[in-house]
Design a protein around this ligand. Sequence first.
Ligand code: ACO
Ligand code: OAA
Length: 372
Amino acid sequence: MQTTNKFVPGLDGVVASETAISLLDTKEEKIIIRGYELIELSRENDFLDMVHLLLENSLPTAEEKEKLDKKLKDNYGLPKEIYDILKLLPKDTHPMDGLRTGLSSLGGFDKDLLDFSTEVNKDRAYDLLAKLPALIVNSYHILNGDEPIEPRQDLSYGANFLYMVTGRVPSKLEEEIFDRALLLYSEHEMPNSTFTARVIASTMSDLYGALTGAVASLKGYLHGGANEAVMHDLLKADSASEFEELIMNKLRNKEKVMGFGHRVYMKKMDPRALVMKDALKQLCEAKGDYKLLEMCEAGEKVMEREIGIYPNLDYYVAPCYWLLDIPIPLYTPIFYGSRASGLTAHVIEQHDNNRLFRPRVKYTGEQYSPIK
Ligand SMILES: CC(=O)SCCNC(=O)CCNC(=O)[C@H](O)C(C)(C)COP(=O)(O)OP(=O)(O)OC[C@H]1O[C@@H](n2cnc3c(N)ncnc32)[C@H](O)[C@@H]1OP(=O)(O)O
Ligand SMILES: O=C([O-])CC(=O)C(=O)O
């Protein structure tokens, strides 16, 4: 055992793992996913390409993509018992907690639960990605006292996901923007939720357990929960100047402004946010109403001017989801639905080449004294 005495709060900058999945290359300003660059991928590819890239280490051929699409669609259905379990939850349960419960319960339906071979883990990952839209959206519907919505096989993965949320088939632009957000959210190196999943997987616990822990991690407002918090803030103002005032008040009160800042890109804008800012422009243009864009731009300017901190992805995803008619409590669960693609790749990688995570502490308690 090697011990270093250096304590780094929040493990800021600490290298916790080797991975061949992704890297935030801050020198080159690139988000590398298995050798490709995320922003370039967002221009040329869709979420299913990303799923294939993450789980198979290559972009799919047309034939592979068709097979993947079919594999997911064939497994859309959830065991009826999962809906029965969700119906037992108190109605004010947050959909992230509904998702956490449903996901955890799914483990019991896996006949090979303790087979961690790469192939079985991969099949399990595809099965989960197939089921997540129904689990996420229907846990929300059930918690609202509504009936679950059946997935539609005739729509693309993203269009079906969005259809189940709103109950209407999205326009081409809505489908593309929703899919782009899925792709951008899919993988981001070693955020708290990925670290959580890998720590759990490192005890040779199963994929459902590791992914359930990651739901709890992503829910917090310092991480994925920020996208919901951003929208709540935007709705408190009615114009760019009111939103600027709201942010100034938060700064005066030393409060964090949601959707800004990032452990890795603190002094720069998250490159993914720029892509979603463009998407917001497109959605505003389609609606002929630019208010949300003007408010967000005003917020961006005031944060740069006052404290030199820039938007992260959640800041520009939130108003896009709003314009896509997605209810706010589904923002973080949908983020999770996308991130599950990266998380499953990380759990597989951890199981394939494992060493138990077990760090040490800097002790700040009382010195030893014998019990009298
Ligand atoms: C997809 C994602 O998960 S992206 C992250 C989503 N989360 C958010 O948007 C929540 C708001 N942002 C934050 O709280 C932070 O920027 C985090 C959690 C993302 C990163 O946190 P850390 O790397 O630990 O940075 P930390 O919180 O220590 O901030 C450093 C300094 O910047 C300030 N700061 C950072 N972010 C913000 C913010 N959003 N609003 C106001 N001040 C901020 C801090 O107050 C701190 O100032 P100080 O040194 O004067 O005390
Ligand atoms: O990388 C992080 O710490 C948080 C983040 O942006 C993400 O998970 O997408």
